[in-house]
Write a protein of this length. Structure first.
Length: 337
């Protein structure tokens, strides 16, 4: 029964603030997410305070890892011994296929048919498209061509805008101008759900999987440009610069009251540390393979010492294999410092 979906869509149209709009949108998204949930990823968790019980759980073939909280309390994670495929994946599959049909239809039968070679697709997601359009006035094209305008939800444009139509607000299947009538001057996409763009007086960054405060406070448009074009415009641009051994210990007093310079320097050190860590990991992997072929003992190069801007975290976990318990040390790369 799709009535709750229509109800949430209707309530979203009537929403008077951003919270309500996001709330009713997430209600629908949650339903879709449950139709596509991978139940294989579910785990069983048990809090343990008894050494005997701990040994029993660690020796199970379904043991994954243990998290120690105190000397007498730990959480043991176990894989499910049975997986029940009870989710209606066919519903989620059908929704995605309908989305594909709408996207292809709009691209080939609307935009490409009207603009021919004057349009270039820069980026697309499940329900969004970013175009570079070579035209004098895109909004005039919408006004002059009903076939273009009727596929658009222009309710977020100013009421005085010639393309404004309020009756199609939040109508499923229509495309909305995310910039609300402003011109997008620069756009950089690194991968799905990781992009940034500039519009009049504003930058917008999207990085799914990265915490919101990190995206808002620590990531910039220039970071995206540097990732795509390998442009180093922070510091003096010397790719051979290294972290000094004398200033590895970060001290707020080194920068006085200049918070902007402090932020730039922290980014520089974090970037250099990340480069050093990745190079060391790749070098160790190559050396380990060569050592196996040559039949010699391999001694890994230690990773750079931990600092406040170290872009990795050391994880120590326990694994059970053929009834033998092993301790495994891994390095987790992270942007959420």
């Amino acid at each position: 029964d799709a009535l709750p979906i229509y109800l949430n869509t209707s309530m979203r149209k009537k929403a008077g603030n951003e919270f309500e709009r996001d709330f009713f949108k997430l209600l629908n998204n949650a339903v879709f997410g449950k139709t596509m949930e991978c139940v294989r990823n579910r785990i069983a968790m048990e809090l343990v305070s008894c050494p005997r019980r701990m040994r029993k759980l660690v020796n199970k073939p379904t043991f994954k890892h243990v998290t120690t909280y105190t000397e007498n309390l730990a959480a043991v994670s176990l894989q499910k011994s049975e997986v029940h495929f009870s989710k209606p994946i066919y519903i989620g599959f059908a929704v995605l296929e309908i989305s594909k049909e709408l996207m292809y239809d709009y691209h080939y039968n609307v935009m490409r048919r009207h603009y021919n070679d004057s349009i270039r697709l820069m980026y697309m997601d499940t329900d969004s498209l970013v175009y570079r359009v070579n035209t004098d006035d895109f909004y005039k094209d919408l006004v002059d061509n009903p076939a273009l305008l009727e596929r658009m939800d222009t309710s977020n444009l100013p009421v005085t805008h010639p393309c404004y139509v309020g009756t199609r607000k939040k109508t499923p299947g229509l495309f909305k101008d995310e910039t609300a009538g402003h011109t997008m001057y620069e756009f950089i996409a690194l991968r799905a759900k990781s992009y940034a763009y500039k519009i009049e007086g504003e930058e917008k960054l999207v990085a799914k999987g990265i915490r919101g405060h990190v995206v808002r406070n620590h990531m910039t448009f220039e970071d995206h440009k540097r990732c795509l074009f390998e442009v180093d415009d922070v510091g003096d641009g010397d790719e051979s610069e290294e972290l000094g051994t004398d200033d590895d210990d970060f001290d707020d007093g080194d920068f006085g009251d200049d918070d902007e310079w402090k932020d730039v320097e922290m980014r520089r050190r974090a970037r250099l540390m990340a480069r050093s860590v990745v190079d060391t990991l790749h070098g160790n992997a190559a050396a380990a393979s060569a050592a196996v072929i040559a039949g010699v003992k391999f001694t890994p190069t230690p990773l750079p010492p931990y600092t406040p801007y170290t872009p990795y975290r050391e994880n120590v976990s326990i694994r059970s294999f053929e009834h033998r318990v092993k301790t495994i040390k891994t390095m987790k790369m992270t942007l959420n410092r």
